[in-house]
Ligand binder design. Structure first.
Ligand code: ATP
Ligand code: MG
Length: 168
């Protein structure tokens, strides 16, 4: 059984990691959609698709989950989004998501969906982590160690602080 899971992963954090570990128990392979792939260098989306793929690859290296990370650019047409995704990904039988729009679109297309349990959502949230990076607060505890390494390699915190600054 091959499953699909999608997020923006700005950055990939321990919530994502934990959900994927749980999903991994029920499936053979996981297709991970890296959403808003064309976006980077902006406050809500600081990291490139390639950088996010590195975060995922290194974080999942300590699991035995076989995965394919596939970048998915945004399209502004929800009605054809499922075909757009399936045209770019290895075939999958089931979609794991908590996003109501994603669930609705896949269900309408007749694809099985499941809602994975949330993992300390109040702590593990991309928005919160980016806010901490900008404020110069501790953020490392919310992401897998390999993600910290990738963000250090690309000087990601400096970039985020820079692009989130005002030009005034
Ligand atoms: P942002 O605040 O930037 O939207 P996010 O933490 O919501 O970041 P996304 O990349 O948007 O991360 O999330 C991808 C998917 O992972 C979403 O469907 C979201 O519901 C889920 N998710 C995010 N955080 C958690 C968590 N702590 N536990 C379980 N699922 C999570
Ligand atoms: Mg989100």
């Amino acid at each position: 059984k091959r499953a699909f899971y999608i997020g923006r992963f700005q950055p990939f954090h321990k919530g994502h990691y934990s959900v994927i570990k749980t999903i991994g128990k029920d499936i053979d392979e996981l297709v991970i959609g890296v959403g808003s792939a064309q976006r980077s260098h902006e406050t809500p989306n600081p990291f490139t698709a390639g950088e996010r793929i590195m975060m995922i690859r290194h974080s999942l290296a300590d699991t035995d989950i076989k995965h394919y990370a596939v970048p998915i650019d945004d399209i502004q047409q929800n009605a054809v989004w499922v075909s757009y995704v399936t045209a770019r990904t290895p075939p999958f039988d089931i979609v794991y998501s908590n996003n109501p729009l994603i669930l609705e679109l896949f269900e309408e297309a007749g694809i099985e969906t499941k809602q994975p349990p949330m993992y300390h959502r109040e702590k593990y949230s991309g928005t919160l982590i980016r806010e901490k990076m900008i404020a110069g607060e501790e953020w490392e505890q919310f992401v897998p160690e390999s993600v910290t390494e990738v963000i250090e390699e690309i000087d990601g915190v400096r970039r985020l602080k820079h692009v989130s600054g005002s030009d005034q």
